[in-house]
Design a protein around this ligand. Structure first.
Ligand SMILES: Cc1cc2nc3c(=O)[nH]c(=O)nc-3n(C[C@H](O)[C@H](O)[C@H](O)COP(=O)(O)O)c2cc1C
Length: 361
């Protein structure tokens, strides 16, 4: 079905196509592909249960307006946002660009969203209307472009939205809000995250707090950030956001667009970053892996590198709404064929194999 309508969708400007997709998901026009998940895909992190490990990444539904349709695609969880306290328009259009031959996207959205009030209303309505839907919902929070004291915005969003979230994501890694990535600096990150953790601990539900990081970090930066995250006692890490890299395989007309690159060309880099964080945190912090995931093999690769769950966004643009269900089916078949009882046995396998082979040597 998606193969049939894809040429029409790809004739539209990417942002227009996205708006129509959200409308379709809201109105129930989208297909519901929700067959039951194999029990081998069921997994737990941070005290939350996931019927399968495939989640929708942040940025797709910035205002939490299409949750029911999104979960109907077969995702095991979904992350909404990035939401900022005040509504903002984001950067001028056009600001999303596809490169079909490499399955890539560049975006410089700059957090356009309707703000905290609308987001909260939408999420409350969804919770009231669908109490039986148990898939965890993450809330990804960010600061307004004109905020000079970032902590103020994050604290407010935790206070206002934390009670409706199964987990919160502190986004300090989008490349399109000036100064945002500077928050990853370990000297800033330590007191900042300590204060945010204290704030969420004041909430009755105490949702797990995760931090989402960029792939454009050096080994030294990863090592010092890992130390900070362990000290602060963060609940988990989301790796990674889009990259500023422009691989040589991209044509210059596309590569020169400003913004973050996502999709197939981010895959290897984000997996490497996951592996380094898993190593540097000794596997003690749950990792949600993202970047170029479009097949069961990609999921397996990310999990073996250290991810407990994965998310995707760009692959949905290229492969359509049946993708999450297809990946789950393929994962179930893989686990059965290789005699794994549960998907969680894959997590960090690369590292264990390395240890065994160095012990043998
Ligand atoms: C159009 C677009 C908008 C995005 N907006 C956000 C956002 O608001 N917040 C965020 O944390 N990540 C955002 N992302 C990044 C994705 O969540 C994800 O980290 C990245 O795209 C890599 O995954 P992928 O290769 O599966 O797309 C956005 C990505 C795209 C393509």
């Amino acid at each position: 079905m998606y193969d049939f309508i894809k040429p029409l969708i790809f004739k539209l400007q990417p942002e227009m196509a996205h708006r129509l997709t959200i409308k379709a998901l809201r109105s129930g026009l989208s297909p519901r592909c929700g067959s039951k998940n194999d029990s081998s895909l069921r997994t737990e992190i941070c005290g939350l249960t996931f019927s399968n490990p495939i989640g929708l990444a942040a940025g797709f539904d910035k205002n939490a307006e299409a949750l029911f349709g999104i979960l109907g695609m077969g995702f095991g969880f979904a992350e909404m946002g990035t939401v900022t306290p005040n509504p903002q328009e984001g950067n001028p259009c056009p600001r999303i660009f596809r490169h079909v031959p490499t399955g890539s996207v560049i975006n410089r959205m700059g957090f356009p969203n309707e703000g905290l009030g609308v987001f909260k209303d939408n999420l409350k309505k969804f919770r009231d209307k669908h109490p039986a839907l148990k898939a965890p919902i993450g809330v990804n929070i960010g600061m307004n472009k004109d905020q000079t004291d970032p902590e103020k915005d994050y604290i407010l969003l935790i206070q206002e939205l934390g009670q409706y979230a199964d987990y919160l994501t502190v986004n300090v890694s989008s490349p399109n809000t000036p100064g945002l990535r500077d928050l990853q600096n370990p000297a800033f990150l330590a007191p900042f995250l300590t204060n945010l953790m204290a704030e969420k601990d004041k909430l009755e539900n105490k949702p797990p707090l995760l931090v989402k990081l960029a792939p454009d970090l050096s080994e030294e930066q990863i090592s010092s950030i890992s130390k900070v995250l362990l000290e602060v006692g963060i609940d988990g890490i989301i790796l990674t956001n889009t990259t500023l890299d422009r691989p040589d395989s991209l044509p210059s007309t596309f590569a020169q667009e400003k913004g973050g690159l996502s999709g197939a060309l981010l895959k290897a880099k984000s997996t490497e970053i996951i592996a380094q964080f898993y190593h540097d945190t000794q596997g003690r912090l749950p990792i949600i892996g993202i970047g170029g995931v479009s097949t069961a093999d990609d999921v397996i690769e990310k999990m073996r590198a250290g991810a407990s769950l994965v998310q995707l966004y760009t692959a949905l643009v290229y492969h359509g709404p049946a993708l999450p269900r297809q990946i789950c089916q393929d994962l179930g078949a893989f686990l059965k064929e290789k005699n794994y009882k549960n998907i969680s046995e894959l997590v960090g396998e690369d590292h264990k194999n390395k240890e065994t082979s160095s012990a043998r040597a």
